[in-house]
Design a protein around this ligand. Structure first.
Ligand code: NAP
Length: 432
């Protein structure tokens, strides 16, 4: 039986899970793949560190370069999570025609183009199922199951930490800070949670999904990203009164002229839509293709076991690719779609929350500005319960308008004497 050697770079949270499950399910993988997989080297920073899995000391090295130099390693699994070293390892492996598996979303979002140009030059595949939505097989679904589809849209809850925080803000009426602290205590958020709450991590995943769906690596500076840090419990409660839940969504769409949009921001999702009931650390993606129609994927977006499952599926695919070389090297570039549209040109519906003086004429002044800018109001609500001293909250749901129009309106409304605080705006999605 054919045997393939694996070099594992990183034995942290994910690496330890991959090692454990590869050993535990060795027989199952052998039967299904018709070959055996053997871990031949494990690169770590600190070999003395106590680990949850028992790795023979003879496998450990502190030099990731050793994985490249070892001719008995045909599959390199990069799980170091670093930028420079990981890029060096991946490019080095590609040059030596070793098949690469990685879960490094930050690296792919930034260097995907370079990595896949090298993969094409050397005809050596790179697989990255673990980079988006952990255990959900969304990469293979888009790349393989939907190969005959134009992807019309992807709406994804693709960051579990922010979804946990928003779920707790909604269900337990916690403040953002309280929910974040709870997430950190439960191990769902890093000590430095910046990339999770500022939308950066979801943006990395949105770039990867968009690139896969539309055939070119979308530059990070072309996508719009807004995090959840400034959301308040009031916004979440008011959204509920309108029949919505607030979610951090990655939204990826194409239009009829094959232009695309990629954005990540807090979004009001109708509570009857299935994504509204995805809570806690779970991820979900709604993908619409022109042939398949609407599909839905749900599962754990991170964590040792879910992510290991994705990495192992890539290792199996790597073994398959070594047995029979393929044309698709993990990403298939093409020129069928145009550039990513800037946020100012993108249309959405909106929720606005204003803090206004409670006197006649206020609504007329605000409606006047919106009317002058051809922005339609779909409903207005003035909740009675909220005590804001001499001011009252005024909530407006706004029909479709471009970001340029709404920003213009917000600037003018914010200057009105009857408006006492900077207006708050959250985008609304109806999935049509
Ligand atoms: N955690 C998740 O749930 C998850 C989900 C999806 C994707 N990912 C991605 O998977 C990757 C790994 O994540 P993780 O959570 O497992 O990270 P982690 O726990 O921080 O583990 C990183 C590992 O890399 C090793 N390492 C770091 N720099 C090294 C170097 N220069 N040479 C050799 N080894 C080095 C570390 O060694 P020591 O152990 O000796 O320090 C450690 O074992 C990241 O790209 C992450 O974005 C993670």
């Amino acid at each position: 039986m054919q045997q393939f050697g694996i070099g594992l770079a990183g034995m942290g949270n994910v690496g330890a899970g991959v090692y454990k499950h590869l050993v535990q399910n060795r027989a199952l993988l052998r039967e299904r793949l018709g070959c055996t997989l053997e871990i031949r080297k494990v690169a770590v920073r600190d070999p003395a560190r106590v680990r949850p899995v028992d790795v023979p000391a003879s496998l450990l090295t502190t030099r990731w370069e050793d994985l490249l130099d070892d001719p008995s390693i045909q599959i390199v699994v990069e799980l170091m999570g670093r930028k420079e070293e990981s890029l060096g390892l991946i490019l080095g492996a590609i040059e030596r025609k070793k098949v690469v598996v990685t879960g490094n979303k930050a690296l792919l979002a930034e260097h995907g183009k370079e990595i896949f140009e090298a993969a094409t030059t050397h005809a050596s595949p790179v697989f990255f199922e673990a980079a988006v939505a952990g255990g959900i097989p969304i990469i293979k679904a888009i790349r393989e199951a939907f190969i005959g589809n134009h992807i019309q849209s992807i709406h994804g809850i693709i960051n579990g930490t922010s979804n946990y925080i928003l779920s707790r803000m909604t269900d337990a009426e916690m403040s953002f800070d309280e929910a974040l602290r709870e997430a950190q205590e439960a191990g769902y958020a890093e000590a430095d949670p910046s990339l999770d709450v500022n939308g950066g991590d979801a943006a990395h995943k949105a770039i990867i999904l968009a690139s896969l769906a539309y055939g070119f690596w979308v530059p990070a500076d072309r996508i719009f990203v807004e995090g959840i840090e400034s959301l308040t419990t009031s916004d979440i409660r008011f959204a509920k009164q309108f029949g919505y839940r607030v979610k951090l969504l990655g939204i990826i769409k194409s239009d009829e002229s094959r232009g695309i949009e990629v954005r990540v921001h807090p979004t009001l999702v109708p509570e009857k839509h299935v994504l509204a009931s995805v809570n806690g650390v779970f991820n979900a993606l709604a993908v619409k293709g022109d042939v398949v129609g609407e599909t839905l994927f749900y599962g754990r977006g991170a964590g040792q076991d879910a992510t290991s499952s994705a990495v192992i599926s890539d290792i199996a695919e790597a073994a398959d690719a070594l047995v029979s070389p393929r044309r698709n090297l993990g990403f298939m570039p093409h020129g069928l779609y145009g550039a990513c549209r800037p946020i100012d040109d993108i249309e959405s519906e909106y929720y606005l929350r204003l803090s206004v003086e409670d006197r006649p004429g206020t609504i007329a002044q605000i409606a006047g500005i919106l009317g002058e800018l051809s922005i339609g109001i779909s409903s207005i609500l003035q909740p009675e319960s909220e005590d804001e001293g001499s001011t009252v909250p005024l909530l407006l749901m706004i029909h479709r308008a471009t970001n340029r129009q709404i920003q213009n309106a917000l600037q003018r409304i914010g200057l009105l004497a009857c408006v006492k605080k900077p207006p708050r705006m959250i985008r609304v999605e109806h999935f049509s």
